[in-house]
Ligand binder design. Structure first.
Ligand code: SAM
Length: 221
């Protein structure tokens, strides 16, 4: 008997059935950023299986689709927004965000590992989002531009787990903005949503348990 290889369509209907994929905007994002363009060589048959996949020998992963979808839904992205992503990895999440914020929006994504900066940059170009997404090599725990104190971003999303809320990316979040971060030490992390109020006050809310690779950086030590 031959094993059926999951497709983007079968993954989407499964995530819809599970109630994880809820909005048309996120559905469109997954259709216009097919995960098969972002997986490492040799993993194409597993591109639409709902689990994380290794990114070569870097020790890093492209996140599981249900986790990426949950974060995209939680961010409530809109056209024209400016978004900071910390942890570019394969570039897939950045491409999905770019598809929603559109040509008037901007995605700034920071990645520590040079090999992944090159990989994500190539993938973003292949998927056609190079006008919206910029990938930088650096320590995203310092924000981007590093140490900038201005409130720049409508949304900030970490795709690596921090042991505590990093200060600089929070500073770079605009009033009324939302920051999503997996908080805690493995394996007991909680995806946490932080909203910056109009007066600059912060309120946080746990979203769900999650498992991410750890954030590495000077703001963590
Ligand atoms: N968003 C990615 C995707 O769509 O493929 C998945 C990201 S992977 C789970 C986490 C990434 O965070 C890794 O590529 C890792 O190198 C990166 N990372 C860890 N600490 C970092 C830091 N301080 N600054 C920037 N990137 C970091």
């Amino acid at each position: 008997m031959t094993r059926e290889i999951p497709t983007n369509a079968s993954l989407l209907s499964r995530l819809e059935g599970e109630g994880v994929l809820r909005t048309g905007a996120v559905r469109e994002a997954l259709l216009s950023s097919p995960r098969e363009l972002f997986v490492w060589d040799g993993y194409r048959d597993e591109a639409y299986v709902d689990w994380p996949l290794p990114l070569g020998r870097t020790g890093q992963t492209i996140s599981a689709p249900h986790m990426v979808v949950m974060m995209l839904e939680e961010l409530e992205l809109r056209a024209g927004m400016k978004v900071l992503e910390i942890g570019s990895g394969s570039g897939w999440n950045a491409a999905c965000i770019a598809s929603i914020v559109g040509a008037r929006g901007r995605v700034v994504s920071v990645e520590l590992i040079e090999e992944l900066v090159d990989f994500a940059t190539r993938n973003i170009r292949r998927a056609g989002f190079e006008k919206t997404v910029e990938i930088h090599q650096g320590d995203g725990s310092k924000g981007w531009p590093p140490l900038e104190a201005e409130e720049i971003y409508d949304r900030v999303v970490f795709t690596a787990a921090a042991s505590r809320l990093p200060e600089l990316p929070v500073r770079q979040l605009r009033r009324g903005g939302v920051l999503l971060v997996p908080l805690g030490d493995s394996p007991a992390q909680i995806l946490t949503s932080v909203v910056k109020g109009r007066a600059g006050d912060l309120s946080s809310r746990p979203v769900c348990p999650c498992v991410f690779v750890p954030l590495v950086g000077s703001e963590e030590t």
